[in-house]
Design a protein around this ligand. Sequence first.
Ligand SMILES: [Zn+2]
Length: 94
Amino acid sequence: MADKKQNNKRRNNNNGDEDFNPRFRKMRKKVCTLCSDKNFVLDYKNPEQLKKFINDKGKILPRRATGACAKHQRDITLAIKRARHIAILPYTQN
Ligand SMILES: [Zn+2]
């Protein structure tokens, strides 16, 4: 009776983060798409391109999901925020 064993090992994962799975800790290392593709130009006026970096709620995906390097994740974030400001991307959905 005294042992306080945690039974809820399965943390709820309803924050739109599909990458989180405690059973598969080791994941293949992703290569930054912006570093690998030299011709890839991040454009805040191109919603089709930026949609890959937001989830269905309109949130910006974390680095572990986008696979971008620190430098390019900052660029992505800035581009998405600019796109939101000029109303070509949503701040939120539902
Ligand atoms: Zn990069």
